[in-house]
Design a protein around this ligand. Sequence first.
Ligand code: NAI
Length: 392
Amino acid sequence: MIKKVGIIGGGTMGSGIAQVAATAGCSVKLYDTKIEALEKAKADLKKIMARLVEKGKIDSEEKERIQNNIKYVNSLKELKDSDVTIEAIVENLDVKKNVFSTLEKFVSDDCIIASNTSSLSIASIASSLQKPERCIGIHFFNPAPLMKLVEVIPAIQTSEETLKTSVKTIKDWGKIAAVAKDTPGFIVNRVARPFYGEALRIYEEGMASFSEIDSAMKEVGGFRMGPFELMDFIGNDVNYTVTETVFEAFYFDPRYKPSFTQKRFAEAGYLGRKSGKGYYNYSENGQMSVRAQSRTNSEQKFSTETIFERILVMLINEAADALFWNIASAEDIDNAMTKGVNYPKGLLTWADEKGIDWCVKKMDELYEEYHEDRYRCSPLLRKMNRENKTFF
Ligand code: NAI
């Protein structure tokens, strides 16, 4: 049973993970090199807790207990008695490796050393340790206290024991664990790529405007946010970098090709909500309005169905392909998208509902139209169609 938790990095993710572990009753030490970061984490937690008391979600005793469960420390050595440590510092391999090899000198032999990295390989991080079998990816989503999903990523060096304990701990903390292979983007950041990429492509072809594409995904698909709203929310700089990183990591597979539109938006500083301007304009009170650039240049009017179905089938194809390559189980792939990024339905469940034959036909139509490798149908969908099978 994990009781003592060390968190390295007290920024957005580290402080959120500390809250999750403290709420579950663990004794947490939150370490950051910057005192100001620790002070901010402490003050933010106090505010969050006060709001939870106000809303009646917890009582003041519980609030005290959670707050007292977290100690803010300014020396890595303080984490020496941890059962597990989770690192959430800057996304830089050399910096992470350095911290890991120093940390290993202080902690006990059976302490799990995990990283919350979104894009680095766990195998490369683990290689910095004398005992790499204790290393694993434990990837939370932002905001960590609210998002149910946690991807657990064993590296090739990771022991069964480390994996088992990590999955159990995540469940004990009230989260849903999805085990993923140590491959670029793990599950969510791989499977979700077409949500952005195909939407941008549809726009670039002049088929529809930003707001028309967003409406199609929300009104026909039931998504909470459209792709352009979501990119504005995430930040076009951040979202573009993830796409570019995944594209490079997949040895330039055209399926993950970044878009010039988004690159230009990032270059122009049209980052989205945080800069007041993105695919939409944002006023100071957060009101969103449509921008003039969002025009289509097509004579032909495409229906919201057509737009939605094209993005959906590309997402389904990506999810099926992740299963084909054994990135995760079908259940975990569906859970990842509904619990990690709030999709209205798991993509493989959606594939079953639409029919595997429909998916194959739609992908083949796109391939026929463009003759681009981007639109190749996953071999798994084709095989399932031949054998008349469903995912669930
Ligand atoms: P952040 O910038 O909010 O926080 C990073 C914190 O780490 C800062 O307080 C900084 O002072 C501290 N830090 C930097 N170097 C350090 C070191 N050597 N030792 C101790 N503390 C150090 O970053 P954020 O967004 O919390 O991301 C952290 C990690 O989590 C990254 O690996 C990121 O890829 C990953 N991640 C981020 C998500 C997000 O939506 N922001 C989602 C999932 C994962």
